[in-house]
Ligand binder design. Structure first.
Ligand SMILES: Nc1ncnc2c1ncn2[C@@H]1O[C@H](COP(=O)(O)OP(=O)(O)OP(=O)(O)O)[C@@H](O)[C@H]1O
Ligand SMILES: [Mg+2]
Length: 274
């Protein structure tokens, strides 16, 4: 039987139970219980070092949990990693396109990586370029792309095998407002037209508010708040914005708590996307 939320018929896309990851003395993700419904647009928020990327990496099967469990489309990430990966698209926090190839070449590389049938590789790459509004620049080197184009190409790469679930780690970091909206439009389309379940992380409160059906706020590896943007704001005060929710539940300012490594990494990503 398909995994379902207790007492409801809605299928579950992602479920974590007491999911935990330690790095030496640091508990990056601490007994996380999270359920994301199929078709949901879910935002994982939290200060630098909260455990967002570590959570996503465990869901991709790239990083084994220390304890606890997680399922993707009802499949256990430790027991059947290959089955899980077939159902996932992943856009990592660091830029993953090869700037020395064209957009189309990057897509063909991923088509081979995902083991798509040879005859389908070129047509799928062409359709992915079209869907992401990149057809005109498809045969240009990625080196010449704008940050927004690169991020759209990466989303296209992650969707080539048409996975039902997409994991995006800070998809719009370093983008200008117009490019950012271009990525938002494509993500909304994926969600609305294909019913893709989207789990994204972001530090951009406007983005979370605009895109997400529900938001989970992480702090110190734990989930400290969960709800729709409207519910979270109402819980903090009558005129609260999502920034206020963030500060209320994490007890800091929007930029507090990042290590040098985190900040340097974010800057590096932003620089490469410029
Ligand atoms: N490979 C690693 N080795 C050791 N510690 C790590 C490693 N990766 C992450 N950590 C630590 O685990 C904690 C959670 O990191 P993680 O990258 O998941 O946070 P994040 O919420 O994604 O932060 P950011 O918003 O900066 O991307 C941090 O304390 C971080 O320093
Ligand atoms: Mg991160």
């Amino acid at each position: 039987m398909a995994d379902a939320i207790a007492g409801q018929d809605e299928p579950v896309a992602i479920r974590t139970v007491a999911l935990t990851r330690r790095y030496g003395a640091v508990t990056a993700v601490d007994a996380l219980d999270l359920t994301i419904r199929s078709g949901e647009f879910f935002g994982l928020l939290g200060p630098n070092g909260a455990g967002k990327s570590t959570t996503i990496k465990m869901l991709t099967t790239l990083l084994p949990p220390t304890s606890g469990s997680a399922t993707v489309a009802g499949i256990d990430v430790v027991a059947a990693p290959r089955e899980v990966r077939r159902r996932l698209g992943y856009v990592p926090q660091l830029v993953s396109s090869d700037s020395g190839l064209t957009g189309r070449e990057n897509l063909l590389l991923f088509a081979r990586l995902y083991g798509l049938p040879r005859a389908e590789q070129a047509p799928r790459a062409a359709r992915a370029l079209e869907f992401m509004n990149l057809t005109e620049v498809g045969d240009r080197l990625v080196r010449t792309y704008s940050g927004g184009m690169i991020r759209r190409l990466e989303i296209a790469q992650s969707m080539l095998h048409r996975p039902p679930i997409l994991l995006l780690d800070e998809p719009t970091v370093g983008l200008d407002p117009v490019a950012r909206r271009g990525v938002w439009d494509r993500l909304r389309d994926l969600s609305a037209r294909l019913g893709t379940t989207v789990l994204l992380t972001t530090h951009d409160m406007e983005e979370a508010d605009a895109l997400c059906d529900r938001i989970g706020l992480m702090h110190g590896g734990k989930l400290v708040a969960l709800g729709t943007p409207a519910e979270l704001k109402a819980a903090v005060g009558p005129k609260a914005r999502l920034d206020d929710v963030f500060v209320h539940f994490t007890g800091g300012t929007l930029d507090q708590g990042g290590s040098y490594r985190d900040a340097a990494r974010a800057r590096e990503t932003a620089r490469r996307l410029q």
